[in-house]
Design a protein around this ligand. Structure first.
Ligand SMILES: [Zn+2]
Ligand SMILES: [Zn+2]
Length: 162
């Protein structure tokens, strides 16, 4: 852990506090947040806070992550830097979507739509400190598991948001 990262975390905590802990933070060029996969073969750093973050309850996210809900955060592609020599292996879950995972440990770590190459999505759970990013809404709630009760006040969309 370098001093730079520690300082960046301090900046983040201040911004989160100002927005009651739920806001998507404004971009800050000093921000460096880090994360990676379970076995640490994949490591990344990000130079901005995400411009969006959500919980997705769709069946594809459930299957591919092995979790009943997937929480994602969105960046511009140039803000994400892979620190490791390896990058995620990608599975084409549709003609346009690519789901990235670690070929060694299987961690579900990334998502991108080749129709929107300027954006890159990472799993919030892959952050070293997932508390830094709070999802703002739920999508595909028509597929949310009946026994999963999430008592937040975030907006809910039965399918995609758009
Ligand atoms: Zn791994
Ligand atoms: Zn999904």
């Amino acid at each position: 852990m370098t001093g730079i990262v520690g300082a960046a975390r301090l900046v983040l905590i201040q911004v989160i506090t100002e927005k009651n802990g739920i806001g998507i933070m404004e971009q800050d060029s000093e921000v460096i947040i880090e994360g990676g996969c379970l076995c640490r073969s994949l490591r990344y750093s990000i130079t901005a806070m995400p411009f969006d973050a959500d919980h997705c309850h769709c069946s594809l996210c459930q299957k591919s992550t092995g979790a009943v809900v997937a929480s994602w955060m969105d960046f511009r592609i140039e803000q994400v830097n892979w620190l490791s020599s390896s990058t995620p292996k990608e599975y084409a879950s549709s003609e346009t979507t690519r789901r990235g995972f670690c070929p060694n440990c299987g961690t579900s770590i990334s998502f991108r739509d080749i129709g929107h190459p300027q954006y890159y999505t990472l799993s919030i759970a892959s952050l070293d400190d997932p508390n830094l990013v709070a999802p703002q809404y739920h999508i595909h709630t028509s597929n949310q598991l009946r026994w999963l009760n999430i008592k937040d006040n975030a907006p809910r969309y039965t399918s995609s948001r758009s």
